[in-house]
Design a protein around this ligand. Structure first.
Ligand code: IMP
Length: 425
């Protein structure tokens, strides 16, 4: 059994990681979030219950599993407390299972406000979740951020908060013509949050490395997806963290030589939420049909997701950047009714054919996808539980994806529940 696994989204997020993590958690002892914040939304269905988790790793739904929010995550304490309360009300043993890094950066109300106003004012909007993620990471990198551990030192917190609020209020007032914030109000609210969260806070890097040394199995769960990564994604239409596998080493404090396996989750087609280039996006008609059938609405904001054909160039890149060993294909059943299914195998751009994504400005916006067509299978697959029993054309489609992206296919999923997940080959 693998002791350490990183699981990443290999497209633009929303690949169905929540379900896969939940499935894999049976075999691990620790589940760790390493980047992003409550912009993420992992949906897990257990029996008749549906859980949407934004910050807490989905491992929390399994008794006894230790769930860690690493220091690469940005935490909105109020959102986290609400999530804890909800899980507790459903009988989950959160106090025994949850650990929060003392080095994780904290989202404040001014981060949310600036995120919202920047989107309103910007010429080309990004379509953020408006949760304050970008401004919080900006403060972290600007070395003015406030970390979870800082919330317990009143004097230090007040000093940092006063300086930050003064600066943010000036931007809000002078640039956005908006009202500012009161240091006292924020200080009091956050002192209360700190008191509530105290029992969960620890040096999570130490905890995880001790667990590693003791031979425990650890799953690092990525949020968002590879092409939303701030370095590798479709910049500037990205999130503000490293959603790729390398982000796990940074955001959880585990060295690269300690990672044994990287898994990628892909949808059998492609989706993206928010703005930005999307070469294989469907024309209207199919767009609505797949959105309806796949329930393609954001788990965090409820926004309709954009849908398109499977893009093998994109996923092959993802296999390379993340070092993905095996892939899990989700939502194959959503394609059941299609007569013909396309896969993008290359891009044409200004008279040349590309099998990669060069950093040419406007490349993904202007390129023409090169497609190959596959016959559909015209049969319901959601009640199939053995890979061998999938229709032949569905298996051929999966086999072709494997060939194009150059990674093994580990699992294929044909529905929301745990039992609709089959090992492949
Ligand atoms: P932010 O992360 O809120 O700053 O948003 C930046 C971009 O990432 C926007 O296009 C969002 O729609 C997208 N995004 C953020 N989180 C997720 C996610 O969990 N799934 C899919 N897209 C996301």
């Amino acid at each position: 059994m693998h002791k350490t696994t990183i699981l990443v989204g290999a497209q633009w997020g929303d690949e169905g990681k929540g379900k896969v993590i939940d499935f894999l958690t049976e075999d691990v002892e620790y589940v760790v979030r390493y980047q992003g914040g409550n912009n993420a939304g992992h949906t897990v269905v257990i029996g008749d219950d549906k859980y949407v988790l934004h910050l807490i790793p989905s491992g929390i739904l399994h008794p006894g599993k230790i769930c860690v929010i690493g220091h690469g995550v940005v935490i909105d304490p109020k959102a986290l407390i609400d999530e804890i309360e909800l899980l507790k009300s459903k009988g989950m043993q959160v106090e025994e299972q949850l650990k929060i890094s003392d080095r994780a950066h904290v989202i404040f109300p001014y981060h949310r406000k600036l995120d919202e106003l920047r989107e309103l004012k910007a010429k080309g909007i990004i379509g953020t979740t408006k949760k304050g993620i970008g401004p919080c990471y900006a403060d972290k990198v600007s070395r003015v951020g406030i970390r979870i551990g800082d919330l317990f030192d009143g004097k230090y917190l007040r000093g940092r908060l006063s300086a930050n609020v003064e600066e943010k209020n000036a931007i809000l007032r002078d640039f956005h013509d908006a009202a500012g914030f009161s240091v006292e109000e924020i200080f009091n609210d956050y002192a209360g949050y700190a008191e509530y969260l105290k029992k969960y806070v620890c040096d999570s890097t130490y905890l995880l490395n001790e667990a590693y040394r003791a031979g425990k199995s650890i799953l690092f769960e990525g949020a968002q997806g590879t092409f939303l990564d701030v370095d590798y994604g479709t910049y500037p239409f990205v999130t503000s963290s490293n959603a790729t596998a390398g982000g796990a080493c940074i955001g959880a404090g585990i060295g690269p030589s300690r990672i044994e396996r990287v898994l990628g989750v892909v949808k059998a087609y492609t989706t993206r939420v928010g703005e930005g280039p999307f070469p294989t996006e469907f024309e209207s008609g199919l767009k609505e049909k797949i959105r309806e059938k796949g329930g393609e609405f954001g788990a965090t904001t409820g926004r309709a997701r954009r849908c398109g054909w499977f893009d093998a160039v994109l996923v092959k890149c993802s296999v390379d950047i993340n070092g993905i060993d095996s892939v899990i294909i989700t939502k194959l059943d959503v394609l059941d009714d299609l007569k013909t299914i396309k896969i993008c195998t290359a891009y044409n751009y200004k008279g040349e054919t590309y099998s990669n994504i060069p950093g040419i400005p406007g490349f993904l916006e202007e390129c023409e996808p090169v497609y190959e067509e596959h016959p559909g299978w015209g049969q319901k697959t959601s009640d199939i539980t053995e890979y061998e029993n999938l229709p032949e054309n569905a298996r051929k489609y999966v086999a072709r994806i494997k060939e194009l992206i150059g990674a093994d296919i580990m699992l294929v999923s044909v529905g929301k529940s745990r039992k609709q997940t089959m090992p492949c080959g």
